[in-house]
Design a protein around this ligand. Structure first.
Ligand code: PAF
Length: 299
């Protein structure tokens, strides 16, 4: 696996391989199975895979976890090599944002609301760095996890609106054995928070069950998700039942949103007659966790 520390090296590699399909996997490091599944998907779809590791300062607001964002470079490189990655680009902040840098991408409409309500400049930073990475390592494909669903919508819309010559591929969420969506931030959770973090996937599973059982009212389904998150639920724990306690309202942990939206525009819906997505965000202390599930239209 080749390592590139300068944009020139990365561009040279991409240029030398321009006749091959190449999959780009942008990451901020602290890699887990979710990231490695993107590399494996890239290797299935493309001849070569190049990952990037860059903790992008412009997508963190003042007071967010930029300083304490986990840095696990040795383990990341070992995991990437193991997953079959061919090259890794490791730029510095000065290379991406040299002195005088002042041009940002105005994110598309789909960036409005949801994550932007509590992180207003987040998608501006994501769109800007992703566009820069697409230019620095020009590839035929780019792979992103569906766990950050609004981010995936933003990158798809940006690529479409700006005619970027790269195919954006969304990849399935990879989950822990109890259903928690894998995230670099899960490591911040204490044991109580880790227990309650299961509620995100459980709330989506309950909505799924309710839809199967014929509940097609959007408000009722949203209420069911919120109710599961706040009241907790009973789960099967190896044959016995166990209670997962709810996320207390008004505590340090809180539910941010639990909504059903149009799967492409992320606008509210009244019926389930188009592809739709259940989006959930909750805070566990200073850690923000996201989960989602996409459904096809219900007739
Ligand atoms: O999802 C991430 O890890 C980041 O937001 C990304 C896409 C690598 C941009 O910094």
């Amino acid at each position: 696996m080749e390592l590139f520390h300068t944009p020139e090296q990365a561009l040279q590699w991409a240029d030398a391989n321009r006749d091959r399909t190449v999959g780009l996997v942008p990451t901020m490091g602290a890699l887990h199975e979710g990231h490695l599944s993107l590399v494996r998907q890239a290797k299935r779809d493309c001849r070569l895979c190049c990952a990037t590791i860059f903790v992008n300062p412009t997508q963190f607001a003042e007071g967010e976890d930029l300083g304490k964002y986990p840095r696990t470079l040795d383990a990341d490189l070992a995991g990437l090599a193991d997953a079959g990655c061919d090259a890794v680009f490791l730029p510095t902040a000065e290379q991406i944002y040299p002195p005088g840098f002042s041009t940002y991408v105005q994110p598309p409409q789909v960036a409005s609301g949801w994550e932007s309500s509590s992180r207003p400049t987040h998608f501006r930073g994501v769109a800007t760095v992703v566009l820069k990475l697409f230019h620095l390592v020009p590839t035929s494909h780019a792979f992103f996890g569906q766990k950050d669903y609004q981010q995936l919508c933003v990158i798809r819309a940006m690529s479409r609106d700006l005619n970027l010559p790269v195919q954006v591929v969304g990849c399935p969420i990879i989950r822990e054995s109890d259903g928690l969506a894998m995230s670099s931030r899960n490591r911040y959770l204490d044991s109580d928070q880790r227990l309650r973090a299961r509620l995100l996937s459980l709330a989506l599973a309950q909505a799924d069950q309710a839809i199967e059982n014929g509940v097609h009212d959007v408000q009722a389904l949203q209420q069911l998700m919120t109710q599961t998150l706040s009241a907790g639920t009973v789960v099967d724990a190896g044959g016995a039942t166990a209670t997962v306690p709810g996320i207390p309202v008004g505590g340090v942990d809180s539910i941010d949103y639990a909504v059903l939206l149009d799967a492409d525009t992320l606008q509210p819906i009244e019926h389930l007659q188009q592809p739709f997505v259940g989006l959930i965000a909750a805070r566990f202390g200073s850690t923000r966790l996201l989960d989602n599930r996409v459904w096809q239209p219900v007739q």
